[in-house]
Design a protein around this ligand. Structure first.
Ligand SMILES: CC(C)(COP(=O)(O)OP(=O)(O)OC[C@H]1O[C@@H](n2cnc3c(N)ncnc32)[C@H](O)[C@@H]1OP(=O)(O)O)[C@@H](O)C(=O)NCCC(=O)NCCS
Length: 167
């Protein structure tokens, strides 16, 4: 399938699928293509166990993006949902694919009244991601110097938004 022109954007072209043992190699390839950070086998094994909190995005039949989260218990009875990775291949950006992925995660979180917030780290230099998150209701709540190892731009913002449970 070729890369569509801007006139052919339609959210009907986007569909989300589960991460499974059959497509986990595709998930690895996307991480290599999209992120400067190295992810280990444990990371990918974990993705097979988080259910709706990890998804692949397809444009038609082409796998073009993903979102991967993990639940973190606060030691009491509340959890935070940590968004580990969110990315869309460059030729498929600006057509609402990441928005759809984040929407899915926010909806799934809203079904869990024990989740207090959704948060993530983003490189301070990653303007595109920061403005994307702001437009999707997240705000910067912290800064971590030298958060990233072995990459040139090491500093991170912590970006968060409250969960809005439906019950
Ligand atoms: C950040 C990132 C995930 C955004 O992905 P994306 O799929 O392009 O995001 P969206 O399309 O949902 O939104 C981005 C823009 O496209 C616009 N858009 C959405 N649908 C559109 C459409 N049908 N036609 C035109 N523009 C559209 C949005 O309004 C937004 O525009 P704006 O930036 O001018 O406000 C992507 O840039 C990326 O993968 N970056 C590299 C990895 C990364 O940095 N990840 C985040 C840190 S983990």
């Amino acid at each position: 399938m070729g890369v569509p022109s801007s006139s052919s954007f339609s959210s009907e072209n986007i569909n989300l699928r589960n991460i499974t043992p059959e497509n986990i190699d595709q998930v690895r390839s996307l991480h290599l293509a999209l992120f400067p950070v190295h992810y280990n086998d444990k990371f990918f094994d974990h993705l097979l166990q988080v259910g709706e909190f990890a998804k692949l995005a397809y444009w038609g039949d082409t796998c073009v993006g993903l979102v991967c989260c993990r639940l973190e218990n606060d030691g009491l009875d509340r959890s935070k949902l940590y968004m580990m990775t969110l990315g869309v291949l460059h030729p498929y950006r600006h057509r609402g694919i990441a928005h759809r992925l984040v929407d899915h995660i926010l909806y799934q979180a809203s079904l869990c009244d024990y989740i207090s917030s959704i948060y993530l780290h983003v490189q301070t230099v990653n303007e595109a991601a920061l403005s994307f998150y702001r437009r999707n209701g997240f705000e910067v709540i912290g800064y971590v110097e030298n958060y990233y190892k072995n990459i040139p731009d090491k500093h991170a913002y912590i970006v968060s938004r409250p969960n809005r449970p439906r019950t």
